[in-house]
Design a protein around this ligand. Structure first.
Ligand code: FAD
Length: 412
């Protein structure tokens, strides 16, 4: 069976469905090919940084995510072994004041967000095909995609293929686009829980105690996404049939007031851990094909930027497509350049965050205490942290030089 479209999007996750919605609203003929028939909780990103919310608002995609149960967090409290809890509350970062017009960070379930966005794409007029297999992309001046669906082989011709098929991107592999990767220093994982009703609504918390870094992202009615990170040398720490209870027990942090509440929370999803690292591509496009989201290279989830990165990719690629009839490889060179610098800055931000929050030694704790005293007021030293809230292009370029990083690492 053979058909045609303006754009074929491979992967109906956050990046792919967002782009499909925007392009379908513009009147383009869009086909989304998604492997999953039901989106599953694979422990992925659920906290959208403030600069990603700005992109979401600009793309007019907020409503589907709010309708899917998304809610805004307005303050970040750094409960930590180096800080008295009252002091942590006093220096809470006001997330609703990071960017003008942005109400905070958006917490939303990943499967729910994917479902809401793919439905938005269909409502906007995109053709959504779920349960596809054997996707085979032919790049070039007249690109196409072959795929299998319900035991029938299909072929689509189009003007552009968008690869939004995630970390393990089949399309990236088929095109032979090289993926550079850093060596993981931590393992990070998470679990969704219910019945965490005493945790304050709209308050996220991130901090370190002993040999764990924790992150807490609440949604509505006591449903909360919890993450933990530990040194890569402890790989396998949260495995086995009792992994969920081990995970909740580990949340009994002394630095968090009332942390017994975590032991009483109810697991509401799988508990899964992954090596945390960065990756990037030199140029996320080839003739007739452009890569967006994790397929184009991902940022270490320790700083939770993947959703914002995906939405900025969507905005920039949309701008290229709207700017004229040139959809050739040359049109995407500027996207590649912007993305390389964006990912470089966020890679450094992730490295510094790992140094500050995941160096589980007394010297690491002392450096964290010293960094906490400066990051909100010294824009250069704080830039790698501030970039994770307001965006990597919204802080001084000097924040990403080796000399600044050396100054941070030398803090005691
Ligand atoms: C543990 C962890 C925690 C994270 N926490 C955060 C966070 O708090 N905040 C944040 O912003 N980011 C976070 N991230 C990162 C975030 O999850 C990703 O960056 C984001 O989901 C990328 O979106 P995407 O659309 O590019 O890819 P995905 O969400 O992976 O979507 C890809 C889609 O493509 C489909 N697909 C794959 N292969 C094919 C194929 N061959 N054919 C058709 N369809 C295919 C998949 O089924 C999927 O639906 C985290 C990641 C991890 C691992």
């Amino acid at each position: 069976m053979s058909r045609s479209a303006d754009v074929v999007v491979v992967g109906g996750g956050i990046a792919g469905s967002s782009l499909a919605t925007v392009l379908a609203r513009d009147g383009y003929q869009v086909v989304v090919l998604e492997r999953q028939t039901v989106y599953r909780d694979k422990v992925r990103g659920e906290a959208l940084a403030c600069w990603g919310v700005a992109e979401l608002l600009g793309l007019d995609l907020e409503k589907p995510l709010l309708d899917a149960g998304g809610c805004y967090a307005t303050r970040m409290v750094p409960y930590d072994e180096v800080t008295d809890p009252a002091q942590a509350e006093a220096v809470a970062a006001p997330l609703d004041q990071v960017l003008s017009g942005v109400p905070g960070m958006l917490d939303v379930g990943h499967p729910e967000a994917c479902e809401a966005l793919v439905q938005a794409a269909a409502t906007a007029g995109a053709t959504v095909v779920r349960g596809v297999g054997d996707v085979d992309v032919q790049p070039g001046g007249a690109p196409g995609v072959r795929y299998e669906h319900d035991d029938v082989l299909h072929e689509l011709r189009c003007r552009l293929v968008v690869a939004a098929d995630g970390r393990m991107s089949t399309v990236r592999r088929q095109l032979g686009i090289k993926l550079h990767q850093t060596t993981p220093r931590t393992m990070g994982g998470g679990m969704l829980v219910d019945d965490l009703r005493s945790w304050p609504a709209g308050q996220i918390s991130i901090g370190t105690e002993d040999d764990l870094l924790y992150l807490i992202f609440p949604r509505e009615n006591g449903r909360t996404r919890l993450y933990l990170l530990h040194d890569i040398a402890q790989k396998g720490r949260f495995t086995g049939p009792d992994r969920q209870s081990k995970f909740l027990t580990a949340f009994g942090f002394r630095c968090i007031p009332g942390s017994e509440m975590f032991g009483a929370a109810r697991p509401a999803g799988p508990c899964a851990f992954y090596p945390m690292n960065d990756s990037w591509t030199d140029q996320p496009s080839a003739p007739g094909v452009v890569l967006i989201g994790d397929a184009a290279g991902w940022n270490d989830p320790i700083i939770g930027q993947g959703l914002a990165i995906a939405l900025r990719d969507v905005r920039i690629v949309t701008d290229v497509l709207r700017s004229g009839s040139d959809w050739s490889a040359a049109a995407f060179v500027s996207y590649g350049k912007e993305r390389r610098e964006r990912m470089r800055r966020l890679r450094l931000a992730a490295q510094v965050t790992t140094d500050i929050l995941a160096t589980f030694t007394p010297a690491g704790a002392a450096r964290r205490l010293a960094y906490n005293a400066v990051w909100q007021t010294d824009l250069v030293l704080g830039g790698t942290r501030l970039a994770t809230l307001g965006g990597p292009d919204n802080v001084p370029a000097d924040s990403f030089t080796q000399s600044t990083i050396d100054r941070i690492l030398a803090l005691t």
